[in-house]
Design a protein. Structure first.
Length: 398
C-alpha cells in the first residue's frame, strides 16, 4: 500500500485548508446560532468562490466539472473539509448529494443525468435520499414497507420514510421501495427518482434531533408517499437493483463519512491543545489539571492517527478491488472511527470546561449532531457482528 499523496492533491489540500480557515471558520458562529436558511445568500457567495478556486466537487471526474480525485485522494481532501461543519457544503461534496451524484453518474439515463445530475453538479439544486423507515431497522436495507407498484407507464409509491436528510428545500429525492416482492430479498427493492413537487409526496416535518430541528440543508425530515405517481422512466438502474446500488453507494460513502469525522477530530484536537496550553489554572491545581489534559491529548493523538490509517487502507482497497472485497475494512472503520470521534469530542469538551458545552465553539454542535455516527449506515453492533461472522467463517464456523 502506498499512501503517498500526489503533489496536485497536496496543493488542493493546502488551498482548502487556507480557504476553510479564512472564509469558512468566520461563518461558524452564525451557523451555530441562526438558521441555515438565513445563511444561504452568504453560503452561495462562498460556494462561488470555491468554484472559482478549483475546489468544486473534488469527488467527480474532471469531464463532469469535478477535480477528478480517486477515492483515496478524496479521503485526504474530505478530512480537510471536515474541520468545519460547513466545509463539504461550500465545495459541493456534502451528503446526501455526494452519494446521489455517484448513483446518477453510474446508473442514470442520459435524460436523468441532464435533468438531475447536471444541476446537482452545478450547485443549482439539492437532493435527498429516502430509505430509512419508522418501525424498520435502518441497518437492514432489505427490509422495508414502502412499495412502488406499476400502473400503466407509472410507478405508484406508498410508504413513510424518516431521517431523510436535507429534504427541506431539496428538488428531488431518490426513494428506495419494494417493486418485486416475490423476488429474492436482495432483489426486491428499486430506486426511483421522485421530484419534490410530485402529487402524493409530502414533507411532514423536520425532526428535532438532540433538541435541534434545523432548516433547509441542515435538517432531517419525515416524508410520506401517498399514492405518489411518477413515470417508470424515473427508475434508477434495473428494477430490483436497489440493494446492489445502495451497497455501491455505502462503500465510498463510509470513506467520506469517516474522513470527515477525522477532520472533526483534528479540529477538536487543535482546540483542545490550544486551550490546554493557554488556559488559566487555579493556584495549587496546576500540576494535576495539566497532567490530566496531557493524557487526553496523547490518547487522542494515538487514536486519530490509527483511525486515519485504517480509513486510508480501506479507501486504497476499494480503489484497487472494489467495495465488495473491502467489506470487512468498511465495517471496521465505520464503528472504530465513530468511537474515536465520540471520545475525542468528549475529551475536548471536558478540557474546555463550561466553554465546551456552549455554541461559542463547534464542539457541542458536533457532539449532538455526530452522536448518530454510531447508528446510521448500520449500528456499531451490526458492523461488529458482521465482521466477526465473516472472520469466523475462515476458521470453520458456520
Amino acid at each position: 500500500m502506498d499512501f503517498t499523496i500526489p503533489e496536485n492533491t497536496q496543493s488542493m489540500m493546502r488551498a482548502i485548508r487556507d480557504f476553510i480557515q479564512h472564509e469558512v471558520y468566520p461563518l461558524e458562529r452564525e451557523f451555530l446560532n441562526t438558521s441555515f436558511r438565513d445563511m444561504l445568500p452568504l453560503l452561495v457567495e462562498k460556494r462561488e468562490k470555491a468554484k472559482a478556486m478549483g475546489l468544486w466537487a473534488p469527488h467527480l471526474p474532471a469531464e463532469l466539472g469535478g477535480q477528478g480525485l480517486s477515492l483515496l485522494e478524496f479521503a485526504h481532501v474530505s478530512e480537510e473539509l471536515g474541520r468545519s461543519p460547513l466545509g463539504h457544503y461550500v465545495c459541493n461534496c456534502q451528503a446526501p448529494d455526494v452519494g446521489n451524484m455517484e448513483i446518477l453518474m453510474l446508473h442514470g439515463t442520459d435524460e436523468q443525468k441532464e435533468r438531475y445530475l447536471a444541476p446537482l453538479i452545478a450547485g443549482e439544486m439539492r437532493s435527498c435520499f429516502s430509505m430509512t423507515e419508522p418501525g424498520y431497522p435502518g441497518s437492514n436495507p432489505t427490509w422495508m414497507g414502502a412499495t412502488a407498484v406499476k400502473d400503466g407507464n407509472d410507478y405508484v409509491i406508498n410508504g413513510e420514510k424518516w431521517f431523510t436528510t436535507a429534504a427541506d428545500g431539496a428538488a428531488f429525492t431518490i426513494v428506495m421501495a419494494i417493486t418485486n416482492p416475490e423476488a429474492d430479498r436482495y432483489l426486491q427493492a428499486s430506486m426511483v427518482i421522485v421530484p419534490a413537487g410530485s402529487p402524493g409526496f409530502k414533507l411532514v416535518r423536520n425532526t428535532s434531533v438532540m433538541g435541534e430541528t434545523g432548516s433547509d440543508y441542515a435538517s432531517h425530515a419525515e416524508v410520506t408517499f401517498d399514492n405518489c405517481r411518477v413515470p417508470q422512466s424515473n427508475l434508477l438502474g434495473p428494477e430490483g437493483a436497489g440493494f446492489v446500488i445502495a451497497q455501491e453507494r455505502l462503500g465510498p460513502g463510509r470513506i467520506h463519512h469517516c474522513m470527515r469525522w477525522i477532520g472533526i477530530c483534528e479540529r477538536a484536537f487543535d482546540l483542545m491543545c490550544g486551550w490546554a496550553a493557554t488556559r488559566q489554572v487555579a493556584p495549587g491545581r496546576t500540576l494535576g489539571s495539566r497532567q490530566i489534559a496531557r493524557t487526553w491529548i496523547a490518547e487522542s493523538r494515538a487514536e486519530i492517527n490509527a483511525a486515519r490509517l485504517m480509513v486510508l487502507q480501506a479507501a486504497w482497497k476499494i480503489d484497487q478491488a472494489g467495495s465488495s472485497a473491502a467489506r470487512n475494512e468498511i465495517s471496521l472503520i465505520k464503528f472504530y472511527v465513530a468511537g474515536v470521534l465520540q471520545r475525542v469530542l468528549d475529551r475536548a469538551i471536558q478540557a474546555h470546561g463550561g466553554m465546551g458545552v456552549t455554541d461559542n465553539l463547534p464542539l457541542a454542535y458536533w457532539y449532538r449532531f455526530e452522536r448518530a455516527a454510531r447508528i446510521y449506515d448500520g449500528t456499531d453492533e451490526v458492523h461488529k457482528l458482521a465482521v466477526a461472522r465473516r472472520i469466523l467463517r475462515g476458521y470453520g464456523d458456520t
